[in-house]
Design a protein around this ligand. Structure first.
Ligand code: EPZ
Length: 417
């Protein structure tokens, strides 16, 4: 099992190049199933979840190859409709192939994602909304057996709760449905806008008709296309916190600053000095870190995927802070490990009280999920001495070359087998 060793504490200084977005690449990869023409994708991050999604598409019959930095996907002979548990269980986003398979073939057998450490990850919103497009489904031994006897028929759908994955699944499915689909109460994360832009580029007829409403007119013709996925805003936010927590001085490149305005405003309030240019953010951490109460929310609110990271920063604030995790039911798995490093964080349900004025002590640690694992690295960067983080396969799911990027700005970090 690989581990990461971090020798803290030092102030990090230099340039970080942000990779392509994992959470934009995954739905776009799933959406390529709609097309029987070639799709060329650029800027995909080299992370485990993307590899898993590529393997899932290959298991469905996609022909996929890398040509220098671009991925070439040919679904002209893709004809399988079975997405196995062995692939979907390691990456919940596997459920995103359900919509396109139903749109293309009118039937599919896709494994339920199953739970993970941050929550049970149900897909009831996906399934109820798909049934409004004429899909009949049964859950048999952990698989969704879905059919659309008369093909997908456009309909008016209102999501009962904002769901990124359900919005993505329905946008993709409705793109080939007969007639018009209206989706209300959609998630509006930037990755969803990226998916819509990709689908329009391959010839789909999709329009934002209100802040959280889409009008989709089913098409039958799909074009060949080349597309570059957007930057990873959670990776960018993570490195902003790296600068703030190490009193560092980082230039974060390949970003669109206004997409992460909430994170920038939050870090400015906490005390970091931030200036933005067209595609870069310059951040200087401040020795004085101000406390702040944080509540995670759907975009454009504070992202749940940055909650663990900002918690580390708030441990070093001048006073205590409150964090409310309003998206997932069990996303405080990092708290126990941070407390082993000397943090004083108490949780009660989805609320955490984070005492300030903490100096983290180096320790041997265990990662539990993707964002928790990076929060342990953040804490280790500020702790004098050697910390060891185990189970870093969680980290490799969503952070490309994290040790290289951190080493380049002065971190003493290495991966050991
Ligand atoms: C996406 O997950 C992201 N994953 C998550 O990022 C992110 O944390 C989440 O959106 C929220 O922003 C990808 O994009 C691949 P949801 P998703 O459907 O689509 C409940 C990371 O670290 N819900 O918006 O699964 C659900 O349990 C990952 O990169 C239902 O109840 O999130 C959760 O409490 C972690 N029924 C809430 O809604 C459903 O049918 C939000 O889930 C679907 C969701």
């Amino acid at each position: 099992m690989q581990k990461i060793e971090v020798f803290g504490a030092n102030k990090l200084k230099g340039q970080i190049n942000i990779s392509g977005s994992k959470n934009s690449s995954l739905p776009i990869l799933a959406a390529t199933l709609l097309s029987s023409k070639r799709v060329y994708l650029n800027n995909l991050p080299k992370v485990k979840d993307i590899e898993t999604m590529i393997n899932l598409l290959k298991s469905l019959g996609s022909k996929i190859k890398f040509d220098k930095k671009r991925l070439i996907i040919d679904n002209s002979k893709q004809n399988k409709k079975f997405a196995s548990y062995s692939l979907v269980k390691t990456m919940r986003a596997g459920i995103l192939v359900l919509g396109p398979l139903l749109a293309k073939f009118g039937n599919a057998k896709v494994s339920l994602p199953g739970g993970c450490s941050i929550g049970t990850r149900p897909v009831d919103i996906h399934l109820n909304a798909l049934s409004k497009l004429g899909v009949k489904y049964k859950i048999i031994q952990g698989y969704v057996h879905a059919t659309a006897p008369k093909g997908l028929i456009g309909s008016k759908i209102r999501f009962p709760k904002i769901s990124v994955g359900a919005t993505e699944n329905l946008i993709i499915a409705a793109s080939l449905a007969k007639g018009i689909t209206i989706l209300n109460n959609c998630a509006i994360e930037p990755e969803i806008k990226d998916l819509v832009n990709f689908l329009i580029k391959i010839g789909c007829n999709i329009k934002w008709v209100a802040k959280r409403s889409l009008k989709i007119i089913g098409v039958s013709e799909i074009n060949e296309t080349t597309y570059s996925v957007m930057f990873d805003r959670i990776e960018a936010g993570t490195y902003l916190v790296v600068a703030a927590v190490t009193e560092g001085n980082l230039n974060i490149k390949n970003v669109i600053p206004n997409i992460i305005q909430t994170e920038i405003n939050t870090l400015k309030k906490i005390g970091a000095k931030i200036t933005v240019k067209k595609n870069e953010i310059h951040i200087i951490g401040n020795r004085k870190i101000k406390n702040m109460n944080i509540k995670t929310a759907p975009y454009p609110g504070f992202p749940t995927d940055l909650q663990a990271q900002i918690m580390v920063l708030l441990c070093k604030a001048n006073k205590k802070s409150l964090i409310k995790e309003d998206i997932f039911e069990n996303r405080f798995m990092h708290v126990a490990e941070l407390n082993r490093m000397g943090a004083k964080i108490s949780t009660n349900g989805n609320k955490a009280v984070v005492e300030g004025n903490i100096n983290f002590a180096a320790a041997e640690l265990m990662a539990t999920d993707l964002r928790a694992s990076v929060s342990l690295i953040l804490a280790a960067l500020t702790a004098k001495g050697k910390s060891v983080i185990n189970r870093i396969y969680h980290l490799d799911r969503g952070y490309e070359n994290i040790e290289k990027k951190l080493k380049k700005v002065g971190a003493k970090i290495r991966r050991v087998n």
